[in-house]
Design a protein around this ligand. Structure first.
Ligand code: PLP
Length: 407
């Protein structure tokens, strides 16, 4: 880790933590806090430079358009895509995946085709495929997890065949923290000519991503989990796939020519951004990327590995705690799901909340996975660049208190 990386200094960039100095925020997998730089970029746009984009020919509108399009280039560089034309702004991971489901999969899949999804998917990368399967007659095939919460490569070999047209997989599980070996998986899927869509909601904010290296066909993520505002997301898609995709939202901005009876479509990516987009949100995303790049994605990953190691050791030393997922920190992100013997996860969260420790409990929008783990819910602590050793110490003390209260 670079010597300049200090989470306590980083925390000072976040007004939220200055306003809540005693709060231990361990729910960044749900949504991250925002640095001043991001909120400033949004406020500056609204208070100094605001205008709609792509339409006006006056200076302000042209500048707003330039700012918006500049962020497309920043995203392209951030995930190492080939061209800004491969970057579509959406409202979040959920919309990005639904866009692929309806614009790509619904058009290309037919009765008898197969879609593989894993048992560790967030509902956002499961339900759209259930719907497409119903719409097209394709069959959903499930890649189950092993008992340690990882995906067994041998199982994928059994599932893939010439009917497989699509594999939908999360890069990092939002429950288990498991990092999937996408490079290998993509190679396997491409060998049978299947396309790969990656849910990168839990990876893009936390580690360097190279879509060209991973060779995935589609990749989706949300801005609000990576220090940016809510209501913005990204879909990366290989340009050749976008060329074959029809829009799924129709109206202003996505057209080339409209008559009273028919219309033609704009080029990608604008064809997929109908209506006035979240301009300020996209500008906020640009600032978030600048901030993350300045800190360094490798430094963030190293820091989170340090925190998860410490958390696994500390929580693992309490005999009444069960940790879900592998213990090997190379295989996992800064997400830690756990339970306490005989204590309902909701009670854990409530007692911790009394001491200003915010964790998430529930099924984490992955009901089939929670069921597969044999529980109704888990508690989840998730770390980010601003979390410190003290945060983990407060969590451990809080959990000891929870156990005492309930046993
Ligand atoms: C793995 C994963 N996929 C998808 C989503 C959905 O993201 P959003 O609600 O921003 O669309 C989340 C959010 O928690 C997630 O963790």
């Amino acid at each position: 880790m670079s010597v300049s990386f200090d989470p306590k200094t980083i925390k000072k960039d976040f007004p939220f933590f200055t306003n809540r100095p005693n709060l231990v925020y361990l729910d960044s997998a749900a949504s991250s806090q925002k640095p001043q730089m991001v909120t400033d970029a949004i406020t500056d746009f609204y208070t100094k430079d605001y205008a709609n984009i792509h339409r006006g020919i006056y200076d302000l509108s042209e500048k707003a358009t330039a700012q918006y399009e500049e962020v497309r280039g920043k995203v392209k560089d951030f995930i190492k895509a080939r061209s800004p034309k491969e970057i579509i702004f959406t409202s979040g991971t959920t919309e990005s995946i639904n866009l692929v489901a309806q614009s790509y999969a619904r058009k290309h899949l037919k009765n008898g085709d197969e879609i593989i999804v894993t048992a560790m998917e967030h509902h956002a990368n499961l339900v759209p495929w259930q719907v497409v399967a119903k719409q097209t007659g394709a069959k959903l095939r499930i890649w189950d997890i092993t008992d340690d919460g990882t995906l067994d490569s041998k199982e994928l070999n059994k599932l893939l065949n010439r009917q497989t047209k699509l594999l939908a997989i999360t890069h990092v599980s939002n429950v288990l923290g498991v990092i999937n070996d996408l490079k290998w998986i993509t190679q396997k899927a491409h060998a049978v000519n299947a396309k790969v869509i990656v849910d990168a909601a839990q990876s893009v904010p936390h580690m360097g991503i190279d879509v060209e290296y991973l060779d995935c066909d589609f990749l989706a993520f949300s801005t609000h989990k990576m220090l940016g505002p809510t209501g913005v997301g990204v879909l990366y898609a290989k340009e050749r796939h976008l060329e074959e995709m029809d829009p799924w939202l129709y109206g202003g901005d996505m057209i080339r020519e409209v008559t009273l009876t028919k219309s033609t479509w704009n080029d990608a990516p604008w064809r997929f951004e109908a209506g006035t987009p979240n301009i300020a949100g996209v500008i906020g995303l640009g600032a978030a990327i600048d901030y993350l790049k300045n800190i360094g994605m490798n430094n963030i990953r190293t820091h989170e590995q340090y925190l998860i190691q410490k958390a696994i050791e500390s929580l693992g030393s309490l005999p009444y705690i069960t940790i879900y997922g592998p213990k090997d920190i190379q295989k996992r992100s800064g997400v830690l799901s756990f339970s306490i013997d005989g204590v309902h996860p909701h009670d854990i969260a409530q007692i911790l909340d009394e001491d200003e420790i915010a964790i998430r409990v529930g099924h984490h929008c992955a009901m089939p996975l929670t069921k597969r783990l044999g529980v109704a819910a888990t508690a989840r602590a998730s770390f980010y660049l601003y979390n410190t050793d003290e945060d983990i110490e407060r969590l451990v003390n809080g959990l000891e208190k929870v156990y005492k209260v309930f046993t």
